[in-house]
Design a binder for this molecule. Structure first.
Ligand code: IMP
Length: 178
């Protein structure tokens, strides 16, 4: 375990197992519908996306979007698009893949953007959900795990760009950010 990690919340095996379950649920939902465009929000969702997409048995297409809104451990509320989709999503089913929903501000903006661009149906799958910190009303359609109010790192999640490659999700020691 990394010396900055206070506690491991989910091991690699637990995360993989949950991705298999989510993949089945998502496959089931779209099986009689048009396969979705999977929109992954960079960078934090990359490891989750890679594990999940293998478990979705549909002819999906992949798109990536890079946003910036976080500084240290808090969202600035000012969500900027750093890299946009390359595909027109009008009349398409869209499945947004997110690493973690905290205040909900980021995904509310992404969901609205997809709807404004004419997406037919917009669903959200998040690896982690932190509902106790929500500032806007937003419910994911699929969530890997619900977690308490703690700052977590690993499996794509960072603190100031560090720890993304850890194969597990852990709570960051407070002395590392206070
Ligand atoms: P929201 O707009 O507050 O919901 O923030 C969502 C984004 O904040 C996520 O996509 C993450 O990049 C980041 N974030 C929120 N909580 C954490 C955390 O505990 N660890 C790492 N990143 C986080």
């Amino acid at each position: 375990m990394h010396s900055d990690v206070k506690e491991i919340l989910f091991t690699e095996e637990e995360l993989e197992k949950r991705c298999v379950e989510l993949g089945k649920e998502i496959t089931e939902y779209y099986k009689d519908k048009e396969a979705p465009v999977i929109v992954t929000v960079l960078k934090g969702s990359v490891l989750f996306f890679s594990e999940l997409v293998k478990r979705i048995d549909l002819d999906t297409t992949m798109e990536f979007m890079c946003l910036s809104s976080y500084e240290n451990t808090a969202t600035t509320g000012n969500v900027k698009i750093i890299m946009d989709l390359r595909q027109d999503i009008a009349d398409k089913n869209v499945l947004i893949v997110e690493d973690i929903i905290d205040t909900g501000i980021t995904l509310t903006k992404v969901k609205k953007l997809m709807q404004d661009r004419g997406a037919k149906d917009v669903k959200i799958v998040t690896m982690l959900d932190k509902p106790s910190r929500r500032k806007v009303e937003l419910e994911p359609d699929y969530a890997g795990f619900t977690i308490p109010d703690a700052f977590v790192i690993g499996y794509g999640l960072d603190f100031n760009e560090k720890y993304r490659s850890l194969p597990y999700i852990g709570i960051l020691k407070e002395e590392c950010y206070k």
